[in-house]
Design a protein around this ligand. Sequence first.
Ligand code: NAP
Length: 475
Amino acid sequence: MRNQQKHYINGEWTESTGSETIDVINPATEEVMGKISSGTEEDLDKAVKAARAAFPTFSRSTKEERIQWLEKIVQGYEARKEELIDVMTDELGAPLSVSEEIHYHMGLGHFKQAIESLSDFSFSEDRGGHTLLKESIGVSGLITPWNFPTNQVSTKIASAIAAGSPVVLKPASKTPFAAVILAEVIDEAGLPKGAFNLVNGSGSVIGNGISSHPDIDFVSFTGSGSVGETIMKKAAETKKKVALELGGKSPIIVLDDADVEDAAKTALSNIMTNTGQVCSAGTRVFIPQSMKESFEKKIVELLPTFPVGDPRKEGIATGPLVSEDQWDTVQSYIEKGEKEATLLVGGTGKPEGLKTGYYAKPTIFTDVSNDSVIAQEEIFGPVSTIITYENLEDAIEMANDTVYGLAGFVIGKDSELLSHVASSIKAGRIVINNAETDFNGPFGGYKQSGIGREWGDFGIEEYLEIKSVHGMPTS
Ligand code: NAP
């Protein structure tokens, strides 16, 4: 049982001013696996004051100092590897292999990338008629979701440190313990007091407080569209900059020369990885009409290669959903889908033999119309939709017929067509034939998938203000 009744404020673990706590549930056992204190506005205010006090020195720290801090964080993060993997399996329900290969590595990747990006980053540029200076934006408030406990937190912290922006972090209360470990790692990295602060608690108190706090200059939020909207409205009161990483309903376009097995594996891994709780997951699969039968057959054949079950058991690919609420939401979408389309595999209820835990049946619908609810709304679970097309331009048009624009995937062989589809999908990130992730590739959405970009050098830019100096002395 984990217990964290303190917040990390001004370089110290500090008692909460409130006495309320929040239970953290292990989604595989449905049992309480830990408790955190539910922070108060007073706790938040202390953290913001500490960050504000750190700003003058932290924002003027040198590139070399920031690289040293980031290197120490990398060392500390690597030293806590086993514990990070263990805690994410408990709080999120991610299978041990997923906690290691995806969650642990993504968190680490962002810190390493920040070091690399910062090494080449120029905070000043002579542009002929003026000199451009890039300066820390001020105090940043970071609000993160539960689905990637290290990835979401690390990309924001790494970019903020690289930019010299002191932060106040509020991690998701469903998965707070990976962030607590990260705070312990940062504590040992020797950052100036107040440069990093963590206040645990609910979105309605701490998240809301961050959005409206007059001494916070920038809010970087990852989460749902509805909360993003609330944050923008609150932030408008103090005219602060807001970056939003929101939801998605990403298309996978399968070309007619694609290998059917590659296409089916891609469609399945998009909903089975992290139990489909991935903002960029490809959940609308556009396949040529001529491939429909063979594709559906492959999906049914390959589904058992992604076993669902106890995340601590060897060989398990997919664990439970994060919470009972999330399970209910997914069930209601499956019920809708049963009325709107043809069920190829899965359905409502729990998979056989998995009564305890928020497990859902991997569910794939076919004969789906792109304007149906299950093809338009983000489900955030192991649910996919198959949509057929006769000609590629129709597929592209349907792929773009969504309010979202976070990501897109293309599977096939013809280079010209692959490039054509990649440049035609209106989304911030396109992955061709399951290419490897580059941590310097900007991440963020078009349309209602968000505002701004994270990761690598573009991520650092978010935490900077631009100043043009005219008449800068040259010596
Ligand atoms: P969420 O409900 O929006 O919560 C995200 C964070 O916001 C949590 O820390 C939450 O706190 C906090 N929050 C809740 N109400 C708030 C308020 N009024 N003001 C400020 N903060 C508030 O999202 P989620 O359910 O955790 O995550 C799932 C969503 O995130 C999906 O829509 C997914 O697509 C999106 N997502 C997007 C990306 C991306 O990069 N684009 C990545 C991952 C997830 P508590 O929950 O602790 O109360």
